[in-house]
Design a protein around this ligand. Structure first.
Ligand code: BTN
Length: 267
């Protein structure tokens, strides 16, 4: 890895916070790129190893889930992607929830309170969206590689905040002021350990930890999924990571993918 640079990442600080996981990641920093997911997808198809990480200070065309764009602002966001190759026999159900869980656990480990998870993999802080995860798949001669893209809001930027709307949170709201290397190191370290559990024991071993952080449990929600619009009360999640939606009279639906929004309760 290169030496620390003024504009880029402070690598010694990052290595310190990667701890024992430092041997499992190779982190590249870019001042600007289109999208770290797009770039890492290209590198993955050319055979980049598991643990390759791309961090960008600025993404010009950051991408979000369901074809949306992902807005970020230089210095105000932490945007990075990780290439992870799962052992061939591992089933990937629950994987995106696993990543959200690892991020929440890492932030909690740094002393940040008020972190929760919104199914499937939004990270919330104080009941607003702090960040999101976009997972894409790359195929090459080594088999399947996952591109795990993570975007977190570090601080509010006035113009950018106006575009994002009132529903976003930033880490600067907490009383802690943490350098991005500390946050990145903690997330990567936790990701390695949580993904090891996932590969060995499956999502079932992580389900309970996810459920205790479920931001919307017991709340009325509206879900748009591939099978249409559904309303009900948000329940727990199943062993495969699907969301249990209670639709009334003891009935429930299992939602495997979709967008969840809160329905305001009538007063
Ligand atoms: C979401 O829609 O909530 C997921 C957002 C994921 C954004 C991250 S930022 C780093 C990586 N590169 C991208 O273009 N997207 C992901």
């Amino acid at each position: 890895m290169p030496d620390s640079s003024h504009d880029g990442l402070n690598y010694p600080l990052l290595l310190l916070h990667l701890g024992p996981a430092r041997t499992r990641f190779d982190v590249d920093w870019l001042a600007e790129c289109s999208s770290t997911n797009t770039l890492l997808l290209e590198r993955a198809t050319r055979g980049a190893p598991s643990g390759s990480v791309l961090v960008a200070n600025h993404q010009t065309t950051g991408r979000g889930r369901r074809g949306r764009s992902w807005l970020s602002s230089p210095g105000c966001s932490l945007t990075f992607s990780v290439l992870w190759r799962l052992p061939p026999a591992v089933r990937s159900s629950g994987l995106s929830l696993t990543i959200g869980l690892a991020i929440a656990q890492a932030l909690e480990g740094l002393g940040i309170r008020g972190v929760a998870l919104k199914w499937p993999n939004d990270i919330w802080l104080n009941s607003r969206k702090l960040g999101g995860v976009l997972i894409e798949v790359a195929f090459d001669s080594d088999g399947l590689g996952l591109i795990i893209g993570i975007g977190l809001n570090l601080q509010h930027d006035t113009d950018w905040q106006a575009q994002l709307g009132q529903n976003s949170a930033a880490l600067s709201e907490t009383e802690l002021s943490l350098p991005r290397e500390v946050i990145l190191g903690a997330i990567l370290q936790q990701m390695a350990s949580t993904l090891d559990t996932f590969s060995r024991d499956g999502f079932g071993a992580l389900r309970e930890a996810w459920c205790t952080r479920n931001a919307l449990r017991g709340r009325p929600v509206r879900i748009s999924s591939e099978s249409g619009e559904h309303q009900g009360v948000c329940g727990d999640i199943g062993a495969d990571g699907s969301l249990i939606l209670h639709t009334g009279n003891g009935a429930h639906l299992l939602i495997t993918s979709g967008d969840v929004s809160l329905i305001p309760l009538p007063v």
